[in-house]
Design a protein around this ligand. Structure first.
Ligand SMILES: [Zn+2]
Length: 482
């Protein structure tokens, strides 16, 4: 027992110090580690396997909707980055530059991509001539560098992994439709696969992507009451096509600038997963994106060692055959108790135990990671019971997170109330907003909360703007954020 306790003791309690708990889980579960370069992390195999599963599911949904993957260069000439004025203004403070190649000082310095609109648009201007070339639906899986001052593993790192979609269309309406279609795919990814409920909405002018006409987002509420932006989808309208000269001949044989979108999600999603579902014992992974959905732990004892191990292997092979990501922990250098703690830390949704008594009775024990509830199940029913249990865990994690969000969303009508909630319990604040920059700025200055999303753009369910008292134009969500 002593050993097990030591194992768990190495993680700070989630309720005691959330930030420290977060880092402890990442390090102890071997998801990632700090690298010699400040702000750059190493994603270890277990963390990378989660990313691969996220990627696999999103990639499939993108391909099903007609998108194709391509790859563009890492470096962008400075003159390209400067073409769209708002874009360069937004990204300049965090760009890393290459100024020397080999021994030669470069004539023009090269940006390490902070996002790829500039390089991709320069190619699109060569490829697109006619309405027949449209729509062009391209996605890229890549790494990005943004020179961040304050970093935290997965949530904000100088280098991170993402996908960035860049599409071109023949009308504003079609670009808007694409922007919203992607937002919906992101919502499905978050809710169905990551089991994280999200609120879709529109960013305010201050919070939108540098160079976009409209930025849509999905926002989630983390257990510490702060909001996390989980993905963004931008309608770029003609801002970039005008800067990069992307023109096409429309059906009326007129030359017009093309309509564009761009959109992305990053490795930040893994940070959201850790925070949303984990507990004092470590990670809890939703079965859909867990590298291992079940871990089999043979309780090998005395005369039974051989027979138990061979039974465990049989179960492992059967599960693999049926498409369940299973792991057999047959290491004899660790006690079963130690293994229980380690796999709980790693968040595997179901543990399958098999010991001498179980072997005699022709059963195994299934243990649910969420509440450690045990189910004794006959061998012949294992597959169906396990599938049901995995499904149940996936739904329970989502519902638990949704309940938390509902319980921490407050409707507010006055600024004093907004301020008090932000200072005490945080969470989402739903309120009316007149749409003025001044009111938005005032909230930010006095509480550090920002508009996370405009959730009702056309009208408001609130009569008045909580800040100035004038007529409310929109319903918005305010929160402190990551
Ligand atoms: Zn106002």
């Amino acid at each position: 027992m002593g050993k097990n306790n030591d194992f768990v003791k190495q993680i700070t309690k989630k309720s005691e110090d959330f930030s420290k708990w977060y880092i402890d889980v990442i390090k102890r579960a071997k998801l990632a580690d700090y690298s010699p370069m400040k702000g750059m992390m190493v994603i270890r195999p277990y963390g990378y396997e989660i990313w691969e599963l996220i990627k696999e599911n999103l990639d499939r949904m993108l391909k099903e909707t007609g998108h194709r993957n391509a790859y563009f260069p890492l470096l962008i000439p400075e003159s390209f980055l400067k073409k769209e004025a708002e874009h360069v203004k937004g990204f300049a403070p965090e760009v890393a530059w290459v100024t020397i190649g080999g021994n030669e000082v470069l004539e023009e310095r090269l940006a390490i991509r902070p996002t790829s609109e500039a390089i991709i648009c320069s190619m699109y201007s060569k490829w697109i001539k006619s309405w027949r070339d449209l729509p062009l639906l391209i996605n890229q899986w890549a790494n990005i560098v943004r020179w961040e001052k304050v970093t935290r593993p997965f949530l904000r790192t100088t280098e991170f992994l993402w996908q960035e979609g860049h599409t071109v269309h023949s009308s504003y309406e079609e670009a808007e439709e694409e922007t919203l279609k992607i937002l919906d795919i992101y919502k499905t990814l978050a809710e169905k696969y990551l089991a994280i409920p999200v609120i879709p909405g529109l960013k305010s002018e201050n919070e939108k992507f540098a160079g976009a006409l409209r930025t849509y987002c999905i926002e989630a509420l983390m257990p510490d009451g702060k909001a996390l932006q989980m993905g963004t989808s931008h309608n770029l309208a003609q801002n970039f096509s005008k800067a990069f000269n992307i023109k096409f001949e429309n059906k009326k044989q007129e030359i017009e600038f093309a309509w564009q979108t761009s959109w992305g999600v990053t490795t930040r999603l893994i940070g959201a997963l850790i925070m949303t579902h984990g507990d004092d014992s470590g990670l809890i992974l939703p079965p859909e994106i867990s590298p291992f959905q079940a871990v089999i732990i043979p309780i090998a004892k005395g005369n039974y060692t051989k027979s138990i191990l061979s039974e465990a292997k049989k179960i492992h092979n059967k599960l693999k055959e049926k498409g369940i990501r299973s792991c057999l922990d047959d290491r004899d250098s660790y006690t079963p108790g130690w293994k229980f703690s380690e796999w709980e830390l790693k968040g595997v949704p179901v543990r399958i135990e098999i010991g001498p008594k179980d072997l005699e009775k022709g059963q195994v024990v299934l243990v649910n990671r969420i509440d450690r509830n045990k189910i004794f199940v006959k061998q012949e029913n294992l597959l169906s019971t396990l599938k049901e249990l995995l499904n149940e865990i996936q739904i329970k994690l989502f519902n638990r997170a949704k309940d938390f969000r509902e319980n921490n969303t407050n409707n507010v009508e006055r600024f004093s109330e907004l301020k008090e909630i932000i200072e005490t319990k945080k969470g989402f604040i739903k309120t009316g907003w007149c749409g003025s920059n001044k009111c938005e700025k005032e909230v930010k200055e006095k509480t550090s909360a920002t508009i996370r999303a405009i959730i009702n753009e056309k009208n408001s369910n609130f009569k008045k703007c909580a800040i100035c008292g004038k007529k409310a134009k929109h319903t918005v969500l305010f929160a402190k954020s990551y």
